[in-house]
Design a protein around this ligand. Structure first.
Ligand code: 26Q
Length: 822
C-alpha cells in the first residue's frame, strides 16, 4: 500500500489506474464518469505509450553512441502493423493488470480493445512480414529502425454490396493516433524535377549538383516497437510529406494564389494514399515519387545520425545495414550514391564500395509482371540526378560484365539496369541486385526458382550473393494475443518460454496421443469457432454451425491463388447433394476473406462468384445446412486474429511455382489447422516439418506445371472427360447463380476452358480426391486432433525470430544489444 506509484512507468494495477485517470483528465479533458469509449481507449494507450517511451529513449541513447554497434534499417513501403494496444500489453507482460485496471474503473476492456482503428499501411503478405520482423527484431534485442511512409489513407475498407466489392476510404487517423510522436525538428527536404549541372567548389574540384524544380518536406512520425519481455525498444519511423512553406510566396505575391495552393496540395499528395495493388506493377508517377520520397528521407536521416556521432561518410555501412523490402525502396542505392558523392564529396570508387556494403535485397515474387520498371522519360523528368548516377553505375557494371562474359551480348542486355525494348525503362530489380551484397528469396523453393529463372544471370555474375531466408510470423501476435485459450493450454503443459523459443513447442508432441490433453485442445478450438460464429452472425447475418469443419481461405484475391478452385470444389459437393439429397456429406463451413485490387476485373468477378454461390447454397433446402459459404468482408489484421484460431482446414492451393512463400499458411498451422495445399512456397517446408502424414498434399509440382504448359496443355480435354467438372462449369453458366444471366461469369469459365494459365483444370481431379480424403479424416475426430496437435508442436521453425536470426547471422552480421533497465 505504501509503495510509491510512478504514474509514467509503474506497471501494477494501481499505477495503471492512476495513469489512465490522469490522461483522461489532461489529454482528453474529462473525468472517468463522462468519458466516451474512445476517450478511454486513448487514455489507456497514452498510459502505455509513456511506458514504451521510457524503454525506447534509453535504447537509442545507448546504441547510437556505441561505435561498435551496427543497426538494422528495414526499408519498406508497407508496414501492416495491426492494432497496437493488445500487442504492446503482451510485450510488456501487463495484459491482465491493464484489463483489471480498466475493468475496475468501470469500463468494458473488450470494447476498449475493439475501439482501436488499425493502421492498414500495407496490402498483404509483404507488409505484414515487415511488421512481424519489427516485432522479432525488438524481441531479439537487435537495435533497428523501420522506415516507411505514413499514408494518410491505408488499404481501403471493403464492403460487399449485392455480392460485389465496394471500396471505402480508410480514414484511420480520424479519431487520432495515440501511438505516434511527430518529430518536426528532424524534418528533411527532398528534391524533385529540374536539371543537373557541373560546378567547381572552393578548391577548384569539379562536381555535379541537382537544381530541382520543387522541394518537398518529409516529417518523421515515430511509433515504438517494444520487444517481448525484454527491456529494449525499437521504433518505426514513417514519413509524412508536406510543402516546404505553407505557401509558395513567389506565386502568392504574383497573385497566383491558385498555383500556390496547388503546390501545397501536390506536396501533401505524396504520402496521401497507399496503392492498393499487389503482385502487379503499375507505372504511376506518384508511386515513383513515394518510393524516392521515403528512400531519400530515410537515408538522410541515417546519415545525419551517423555524422552526428562522429562517423565518417565512408564508414556508413559499418553503422547501418539496410534491408530493401522488395524493389519498392531500391532507388535508395542511387540515392545513397548521390549523398556520398554530391553531399559528402567522396570519390566514385569509395562511394560505391560503401554503398555495396550497405544494402541487401529481399525479393518476394516469381511473377514477371510484378517486376518494377520505370519509363525512362518519367524517371528522367522526376529524378534527373539519380538517372545520371544510374547510368554511371550501369556503365561501370557492364564493363565488368563484358570482362567476365566477353562473347555474350545477350547477357549484357539482360543484366543492364536499362531495358531497351522499343521504349526504355529503368529496371529496379537490377538496380537492387547490383547495389546489394546479399540477395534473398523468402522460401526455399522460391530461392531455387529465382536462381533458375528471373535472377539466373545474376547468379552467373555474383554466385555468392544469394541466400534463402524462409519467412516467419510472430507467435506473440498470432498465438499469445489472438489465441489465449491455446496459449494457456500450452503454457500449462510446457511452461511459458515458448513464445520466445518457439521450438520448445516440440515438447507438446507426446500430448498428441494424450486423450485428456486432446479433449482440452478440442474445447479450445470449438470455443474459438463459437466466437467467430457469433461475429459472422452479427456482421453478415449468416448462422453457421460451430461443429462443422471450418474450411478457410483468407488472402488477397488473385487468380494464381486460385480461390476459384475452391469454388469448383464447393459446387462439386453441391451438385452431389442435388443429385442425391441423402448423400453422406461431412458438414463444412467454407469461409473466404480477402480484398481484390480495385482495378483487377477477374478478382472482383471472383468475389461476386463466391457470394453468388453462397446465396444459392446457404438457402437451398436440399443442402440442409450441411454446407455453408461465407464471404466475410474487410480482411485486415484485426479480423485475421479472429480467424486463424478458429480454422480447421487451411486452403493453400496456389499453382506451384507462383506463391513466393505465403505466411497465412504458417499462422493457420501454428494455431492447429490442417493444411490442404500444393507444393508451393513455404507449404513445402511446413509439410517437411509437420510430417507428410499430417498434411493434405495435392497437385502438380512446379516442374510438372512447366512441363504441362510446354506440352500443349488443353484444358478442354479435361473438361470433356471429367463428368463432375463438366457439370460444375456448365452450372456456373446456367444462369441459376446469376438471375438468369448466362454471361456474367463467362470471363471466368472462358479463361479456364481456353488457356487456363493457372492450371485449375489440371489440378481439379487431384484437388477433389484430396478433399474427399480430408472429409474421411474429419470423420475420425480423434485422428484429426492428433494431427492438429502435431502441427502445433512442429511449427517452431516458422517463428519470425528464426527468420530474423538467419538475417542477423548470415546477412547483416549483427548481434543483440542487451539493454539493462532497473
Ligand atoms: C508495386 C508497384 C506499384 C504498386 C504496388 C506494388 C506492389 C505492392 C505490394 C507490389 C507488390 C506488393 C506486395 C507483394 C506481396 O505481398 N508479396 C507476398 O510477400 C509475402 C512475404 O514475403 C509472401 O509470403 C507472398 O508469397 C508474396 O506473394
Amino acid at each position: 500500500k505504501m509503495k510509491m506509484c510512478n504514474i509514467r512507468t509503474g506497471l501494477d494495477k494501481a499505477c495503471l489506474k492512476e495513469a489512465i485517470i490522469d490522461h483522461l483528465f489532461y489529454k482528453q479533458g474529462c473525468e472517468p464518469e463522462g468519458a466516451s469509449i474512445n476517450d478511454v481507449y486513448l487514455a489507456v494507450s497514452y498510459a502505455l505509450r509513456d511506458r514504451l517511451l521510457h524503454h525506447g529513449l534509453k535504447t537509442f541513447d545507448a546504441v547510437l553512441e556505441d561505435e561498435d554497434i551496427r543497426l538494422v534499417s528495414y526499408l519498406s513501403a508497407e508496414f501492416l502493423m495491426g492494432p497496437q494496444l493488445g500487442a504492446n500489453l503482451i510485450d510488456l507482460n501487463i495484459f491482465d493488470e491493464m484489463r483489471q485496471a480498466v475493468t475496475e474503473l468501470g469500463f468494458d476492456f473488450k470494447l476498449v480493445l475493439e475501439q482501436e482503428e488499425e493502421p492498414g499501411l500495407g496490402n498483404g503478405g509483404l507488409g505484414r512480414l515487415a511488421s512481424c520482423y519489427m516485432d522479432s527484431l525488438a524481441s531479439l534485442e537487435i537495435p533497428a529502425i523501420g522506415y516507411g511512409i505514413r499514408y494518410e489513407f491505408g488499404i481501403f475498407d471493403q464492403e460487399i454490396k449485392d455480392g460485389w466489392q465496394v471500396e471505402i476510404t480508410d480514414k484511420w487517423l480520424r479519431y487520432g493516433n495515440p501511438w505516434e510522436i511527430a518529430r518536426p525538428e528532424s524534418s528533411v527536404n527532398v528534391y524533385f524535377g529540374g536539371y543537373t549541372e557541373q560546378y567547381s567548389n572552393e578548391i577548384g574540384k569539379v562536381l555535379r549538383r541537382w537544381v530541382p524544380s520543387y522541394v518537398v518536406k518529409g516529417i518523421p512520425y515515430d511509433t515504438s516497437e517494444m520487444g517481448y519481455k525484454v527491456a529494449s525498444c525499437n521504433f518505426l519511423r514513417l514519413w509524412k510529406s508536406e510543402a516546404i512553406e505553407s505557401f509558395d510566396f513567389s506565386s502568392f505575391n504574383h497573385g497566383d494564389y491558385y498555383k500556390a495552393v496547388m503546390d501545397k496540395i501536390e506536396s501533401e499528395n505524396i504520402s496521401k494514399i497507399l496503392y492498393p495493388n499487389d503482385e502487379l506493377y503499375v507505372g504511376k508517377q506518384l508511386r515513383l515519387k513515394q518510393q524516392y520520397f521515403f528512400s531519400s528521407c530515410s537515408l538522410q536521416d541515417m546519415m545525419r545520425m551517423h555524422l552526428e556521432n562522429q562517423g565518417k561518410p565512408q564508414d556508413f555501412h559499418k553503422k547501418w545495414a539496410i534491408q530493401l523490402n522488395d524493389t519498392h525502396p531500391a532507388i535508395s542505392v542511387a540515392e545513397l550514391m548521390r549523398i556520398l558523392l554530391d553531399e559528402c564529396k567522396l570519390d566514385w570508387k569509395t562511394a560505391w564500395e560503401t554503398t555495396q556494403q550497405t544494402f541487401s535485397y529481399t525479393n518476394h515474387t516469381l511473377l514477371p509482371e510484378a517486376l518494377e520498371k520505370w519509363p525512362l522519360d518519367l524517371f528522367k523528368a522526376l529524378l534527373p540526378r539519380l538517372l545520371e548516377i544510374i547510368y554511371e553505375i550501369n556503365y561501370r557494371f557492364l564493363e565488368e560484365v563484358k570482362r567476365r562474359f566477353p562473347e555474350d551480348n545477350n547477357i549484357l542486355s539482360r543484366l543492364s539496369l536499362i531495358e531497351e525494348t522499343g521504349s526504355s525503362y529503368v529496371r529496379m530489380a537490377n538496380l537492387a541486385c547490383v547495389g546489394s551484397y546479399a540477395i534473398n528469396g523468402v522460401a526455399s523453393l522460391h530461392t531455387e526458382l529465382l536462381k533458375k529463372n528471373i535472377l539466373n544471370d545474376w547468379v552467373s555474375m555474383y554466385p555468392d550473393k544469394f541466400y534463402n531466408i524462409t519467412n516467419g510470423i510472430t507467435p506473440r501476435r498470432f498465438v499469445v494475443l489472438s489465441n489465449p485459450g491455446l496459449s494457456k493450454l500450452i503454457t500449462k503443459n510446457i511452461g511459458d518460454t515458448w513464445p520466445q523459443y518457439l521450438n520448445e513447442l516440440k515438447k507438446l508432441e507426446p500430448f498428441a496421443y494424450d486423450a485428456n490433453f486432446k479433449e482440452q485442445f478440442r474445447q479450445v478450438k470449438i470455443e474459438n469457432k463459437r466466437i467467430l460464429s457469433s461475429v459472422i452472425k452479427d456482421r453478415i447475418g449468416i448462422v453457421v454451425n460451430p461443429s462443422s469443419m471450418f474450411d478457410v481461405q483468407v488472402k488477397r484475391i488473385h487468380e494464381y491463388k486460385r480461390q476459384h478452385l475452391n469454388v469448383l470444389h464447393i459446387l462439386t459437393l453441391y451438385l452431389r447433394i442435388k443429385s442425391n439429397p441423402d448423400i453422406e456429406i461431412q458438414p463444412r463451413t467454407f469461409i473466404f476473406w480477402g480484398k481484390a485490387a480495385p482495378g483487377y476485373f477477374m478478382a472482383k468477378l471472383l468475389i461476386k462468384l463466391i457470394n453468388s454461390v453462397g446465396n444459392l447454397v446457404n438457402n437451398d433446402f436440399d443442402v440442409r445446412d450441411r454446407i455453408k459459404v461465407v464471404f466475410f468482408p474487410d480482411f485486415n489484421v484485426k479480423n485475421a486474429q479472429l480467424i486463424y484460431p478458429a480454422a480447421d482446414l487451411s486452403e493453400q492451393i496456389s499453382t506451384s511455382g507462383k506463391e513466393a512463400s505465403g505466411t497465412g499458411n504458417m499462422k493457420f498451422a501454428l494455431n492447429g489447422a490442417l493444411t490442404i495445399g500444393t507444393l508451393d512456397g513455404a507449404n513445402i517446408e511446413i509439410r517437411e516439418e509437420v510430417g507428410y502424414e499430417n498434411f493434405f498434399l495435392f497437385g502438380l509440382t512446379a516442374s510438372q506445371v512447366i512441363e504441362v504448359k510446354q506440352n500443349n496443355y488443353d484444358p478442354r480435354f479435361i473438361y470433356e472427360n471429367n463428368m463432375e467438372l463438366n457439370a460444375v462449369i456448365k452450372f456456373i453458366n446456367s444462369g441459376i447463380l446469376s438471375n438468369g444471366d448466362r454471361n456474367l461469369f463467362k470471363p471466368i469459365t472462358d479463361n479456364l476452358l481456353y488457356g487456363d494459365p493457372y492450371l485449375l483444370l489440371a489440378d481439379y481431379p487431384l484437388y477433389i480426391s484430396c478433399q474427399d480424403i480430408v472429409a474421411e479424416t474429419w470423420k475420425d475426430k480423434d485422428k484429426w486432433n492428433t494431427m492438429a496437435v502435431l502441427n502445433v508442436a512442429r511449427m517452431g521453425k516458422f517463428s519470425s525470430d528464426r527468420s530474423i536470426n538467419d538475417y542477423c547471422e548470415n546477412i547483416w552480421k549483427v548481434k543483440p544489444f542487451k539493454l539493462k533497465i532497473e
